[in-house]
Design a binder for this molecule. Structure first.
Ligand SMILES: [Zn+2]
Length: 633
């Protein structure tokens, strides 16, 4: 991954005339709900009138970040901030000015900022706080007892609300510090300070780096100017998946991976910035970075890189969140066109990450994907859609964004509480590795248990419709099958089945084994009984015969007797006699060699139940539609 970031970084650095450009950040939410641009909040220290003046007239534009040199936080979670333009007010309350003073060497500048500190800040226990008594038109006195960060921030929030009818937190894109109406961040000394602190090659602190023990830069092999911390990296990752990253698979070698010379560090920082800005994406609730590794030809200027990346991002987002297969096809074609035109070849890493404090935790890295996997997904999506649409079960597209909603996943504030299994599934799908179908089906049944018993706290807790969920799960099973992610099972020979063609073709297309077919047929009969019960205005009591925790052979035998009796009782045996006899034939034939798990037994029963219910449901909706159109025959 490091190499890929490096290649991108090299391109960014070599094409940027201004060394700060790769570090400038755009404001993500720079518009309000109505789509209007937010404004810039200026905190102006008027040295002559001895007053702090807030002004909010200037609109944030595409150029503002560059004009005011907005680079975001500098350094790691504990580094002291001196920045004078930011997307929030916080640093100006206490941190920026004292920390800036520590960085300044120029006598004149030091005096100026010392004066600012003396005039407009109050000291308490070694910390400085903005003196709110100096704010223009403010008559309130400071309560020294309670003076702290929150106190000042709350006060300013209220003041801004009252004075401008604005929310300090939401209504401004950028906060900029000014002295006598001049934004300090536009001054040369500040620009130099940023360069020194963002880009190590000119860093004054490099004197102290001589103490680094012998070694060489992990990227270029240089032995001079070495740095071995990653504090300047915008993606400050700590790695749980050490094996993927540490050299020789040993954690003590981990540090070596983080030894770079100053130039290379700058290139890596620029590459990371680029990836953060342009290659962030989502799979379901997970945040991911996409990192392309170019194999031979690669884009040789930023515009070309950008063009490729735009196509890559849009292809990726339609692959993971499919709405229309047509759009996916178009996006993939556009990506391929750029690639073949410029003769690019690359592999792709997908990095799943979580933010914790200011650090990025990689929770899964899917490495070295061939982008042709997107085409395989597209084909599998199409086949799944076609199968379920043709069999009148569903006309909705399956998409891998849905996967967490097919599994028994608990919700928490950050999305999913237990996600390792889902990440394994994503990994194995993209890598086309085998997935244990028995484990998957056990989890599917747990999900159906949550829905049936209306349990709280799960991603599926709001889902009410059992049959729709089962159909979605069946789609996923077929999707895995089309991608060759399951071990082969021996599908039954359907020629001898005495069932109607629709049934037979569905069983054949699902590749059901004899045992799975037996369960499917039993489930179908449960669905038919349920339908009858439902039409008598009862809430399908027949489903109570399932535990949603699995059923063993003994239970299946009891169930089969009971279903026979129910068919008689509901007077629908004559319509279902053949189906029952086919079930009984397959069941008895396999009883001594039964290899489905208890979970599979119930899941395939539910697949038959859902088949019956979904068919009926779609039929009813269809005939309703026809009636509405006046086409009733
Ligand atoms: Zn180097």
């Amino acid at each position: 991954m490091q190499e890929a970031v490096y290649e991108i970084g090299k391109l960014v650095v070599s094409k940027a005339s201004d060394p700060l450009i790769p570090h400038i950040k755009k404001i993500k939410n720079s518009k309000n709900k109505n789509g209007d641009s937010l404004n810039i909040f200026k905190i102006n220290f008027d040295m002559n009138k001895d007053v702090i003046i807030f002004s909010i007239e200037e609109e944030y534009s595409d150029f503002s970040s560059k004009d005011y040199l907005f680079v975001g936080r500098i350094g790691g979670p504990n580094s002291k901030q001196f920045i004078l333009s930011d997307n929030k007010f916080d640093y100006f309350i206490s941190e920026s000015i004292p920390n800036l003073l520590n960085k300044l060497e120029d006598e004149e500048k030091r005096n100026l900022f010392q004066e600012v500190l003396n005039k407009f800040y109050l000291e308490k226990d070694g910390s400085y706080f903005l003196n709110i008594e100096k704010i223009e038109e403010n008559k309130e006195k400071i309560d020294n007892e309670n003076l702290n960060l929150k106190y000042v921030k709350d006060y300013i929030t209220k003041y801004v609300k009252k004075r401008f009818d604005c929310k300090l937190k939401d209504d401004f894109a950028l906060f900029v510090l000014c002295i006598n109406d001049e934004p300090v961040c536009k001054e040369d000394f500040y620009r130099e300070l940023l360069i020194n602190n963002l880009i190590s090659s000119t860093d004054k602190s490099k004197k102290s780096l001589k103490n680094v023990d012998k070694g060489c830069c992990n990227m270029c092999g240089s032995e001079s100017n070495l740095i071995n911390n990653s504090s300047k990296f915008p993606i400050k990752y700590y790695i749980t998946d050490k094996i993927t990253f540490a050299s020789d698979f040993k954690s003590e070698n981990f540090r070596k991976n983080f030894q770079f010379c100053a130039e290379c560090e700058n290139i890596l920082v620029s590459g990371q910035n680029y990836i953060k800005e342009k290659l962030s994406s989502k799979i379901s609730n997970f945040s991911v970075y996409l990192v392309p590794h170019f194999i031979f030809d690669q884009p040789n200027d930023l515009k070309k890189l950008e063009k490729l990346i735009t196509k890559l991002s849009s292809s990726f987002s339609t692959v993971v969140n499919l709405k229309e297969i047509k759009v996916l096809k178009e996006n993939l074609a556009a990506l391929k066109e750029v690639m073949s035109l410029e003769r690019y070849a690359f592999t792709l890493d997908i990095i799943f990450y979580k933010m914790s404090n200011a650090a990025t935790k990689f929770i899964k890295v899917i490495k070295d994907l061939n982008p042709s996997i997107f085409d395989k997904f597209e084909a599998a999506y199409y086949d799944v859609y076609d199968l379920f649409n043709r069999n009148n079960l569903s006309n909705k597209n399956f998409s891998i964004n849905h996967i967490p909603y097919l599994l028994p996943i608990k919700k928490d504030s950050s999305g999913f509480a237990n996600y390792n299994y889902i990440l394994m599934i994503y990994n194995n799908l993209f890598q086309q590795l085998k997935i244990d179908k028995k484990v998957l089906i056990k989890k599917f049944l747990e999900t159906l248990n949550v829905i049936y018993y209306e349990k709280y706290g799960y991603t599926v807790s709001d889902d009410k419709d059992l049959k729709i969920k089962v159909i979605e799960q069946l789609k996923f099973i077929k999707f895995c099958e089309f991608l060759n992610c399951f071990e082969k099972e021996e599908a039954m020979i359907t020629d001898d089945l005495k069932l109607n063609d629709k049934f037979i073709s569905f069983i054949k297309e699902m590749n059901y084994t004899e045992q799975q077919t037996a369960m499917f047929l039993l489930g179908y009969l449960i669905g038919e009984i349920g339908k009858k019960q439902n039409s008598n205005n009862q809430k399908k009591p027949i489903l109570n015969k399932l535990s949603f925790k699995g059923a063993d052979k003994q239970k299946l035998i009891k169930l089969s007797v009971m279903i026979m009796n129910k068919l008689k009782q509901e007077k629908i045996l004559q319509y279902n006699e053949i189906i029952y006899s086919q079930f009984k034939f397959l069941f008895d034939k396999n009883l001594n060699v039964w290899n489905l798990s208890n979970y599979e037994n119930e899941f395939y029963i539910l697949s038959g139940y859902s088949y019956s219910s979904a068919l009926n449901y779609n039929k009813q909706n269809e005939s309703k539609g026809e009636e509405e159109n006046g086409n009733k025959e």
